[in-house]
Design a protein around this ligand. Structure first.
Ligand SMILES: [Zn+2]
Length: 301
C-alpha cells in the first residue's frame, strides 16, 4: 500500500515529462481494421489510435479525427467506396497525435476543416515543436463555444464544454442519426490520459460528462475515443457516468491521501485504484500513477 516519502516531485515541470503516450495503447499494431456502420450513414473506423467517426451519404461526407497517416489513407479510400464525393467536413475532437496525425493526408481532400480554437492552437504548437511547420495538419475553421452546420440531410452540432481531457475538446453530435462522438472525453473502462500541460481539468471533465449525459437520451449512440479490451468504442450515455465515477474516485483517492499525510510519490505507488480494477492495462502500467500525479497537481496548484 502507500508509503510515506519526502516530497520529491511537484509542479508542472514534472508533469510535462509525462505526456509521452505508450505506443502499445495509442499507436501500436494489433487493432482491428474496421468500418462499423451505426445508423443513417454514420459509423466508426478503427485501425490504430483514437476512434474515427464518419458520415458517408450521397450528399455529404464527414470525418471526425484522423488517427495516423496510414489509417487516414485507408479511411479516404474506404469512404470513396461508400460515397462518390470528397470530404465536406473534417473535424478534430482535440489536438492529440493519435487523433490528428493523419490530418495532412485528409485535409487536401476536404472542404471545411474544423476544431475548437484551443485545439487548433495546440496542434500547431505540437507540430512546430517537432521542427518543420506542416500547414496541412492545422484546422482552418475554429469556434469557441458551439457551431452548427448542415452536411447534406445531416445536422452537425459541435460544442465545447470547457477544459476536460484537454483545453480544447469538442463533442460532435450527428443530430439526425443521434450519434455523438466524444473524442477522448470517454476512456471506456480503461485508464485515461490526463493532459495537464494541454489544459486538462479533472473537475471540469466530471462536469462535462454530467452535462453531456443530460443533453442526450437512451437512444443516443456514443463513440468513445478509446476502450478497454472487454468493451467497445461505442456505447450508451451510461458509459459517461461510469467514467465520471472513475474520475471522481481518482480525485477522492488523492484528496483523502493528502489529508492522511501522504505525498505524491506515496499516492502514485499503486498501479490501479482499489475501487476501479477495470481501469488498468498491463500494457500501460504508468497510466494510473500518471493519473494520480495529474490529480495531485490539480488539487494542490
Ligand atoms: Zn487524447
Amino acid at each position: 500500500m502507500l508509503s510515506r516519502r519526502s516530497f520529491l516531485l511537484t509542479g508542472s515541470a514534472a508533469m510535462a515529462g509525462a505526456v509521452a503516450l505508450p505506443t502499445s495503447v495509442f499507436g501500436g499494431v494489433g487493432h482491428v481494421l474496421n468500418f462499423t456502420p451505426i445508423r443513417k450513414g454514420v459509423g466508426t473506423f478503427t485501425m490504430r489510435g483514437g476512434t474515427i467517426g464518419y458520415l458517408a451519404t450521397p450528399d455529404a461526407v464527414v470525418v471526425v479525427d484522423t488517427q495516423y497517416a496510414e489509417p487516414a489513407a485507408t479511411v479516404l479510400s474506404g469512404l470513396r467506396e461508400r460515397a462518390d464525393r470528397s470530404i465536406d467536413v473534417l473535424i478534430n475532437t482535440h489536438h492529440h497525435g493519435d487523433h490528428t496525425n493523419g490530418n495532412a493526408v485528409l485535409s487536401p481532400h476536404t472542404g471545411q476543416f474544423i476544431a475548437h480554437v484551443e485545439a487548433a492552437r495546440l496542434k500547431k504548437v505540437a507540430v512546430e515543436s517537432r521542427g518543420e511547420p506542416e500547414p496541412a495538419s492545422y484546422p482552418t475553421t475554429t469556434y469557441s463555444e458551439s457551431l452548427q452546420m448542415r452536411a447534406g440531410t445531416e445536422l452537425l452540432d459541435l460544442r465545447h464544454h470547457g477544459p476536460a481531457h484537454t483545453g480544447g475538446d469538442t463533442v460532435v453530435h450527428f443530430v439526425e442519426a443521434n450519434v455523438v462522438h466524444m473524442g477522448d472525453l470517454v476512456f471506456n473502462r480503461m485508464p485515461p490520459f490526463i493532459d495537464m500541460p494541454g489544459g486538462a481539468s479533472i473537475a471540469g471533465w466530471i462536469q462535462t460528462l454530467e452535462t453531456v449525459h443530460d443533453r442526450f437520451d437512451q437512444d443516443t449512440v456514443f463513440i468513445h475515443g478509446h476502450a478497454g479490451p472487454n468493451y467497445g468504442v461505442t456505447g450508451t450515455r451510461e458509459d459517461l457516468l461510469a467514467f465520471r465515477d472513475f474520475l471522481s474516485g481518482l480525485l477522492e483517492y488523492v484528496q483523502k491521501g493528502l489529508q492522511a499525510g501522504y505525498d505524491v510519490d506515496g499516492l502514485a505507488s499503486v498501479d490501479r485504484l482499489p475501487d476501479f480494477p477495470e481501469h488498468y492495462l498491463d500494457s500501460w502500467k504508468d497510466a494510473i500513477p500518471n493519473a494520480i500525479r495529474a490529480a495531485h497537481l490539480e488539487l494542490t496548484r
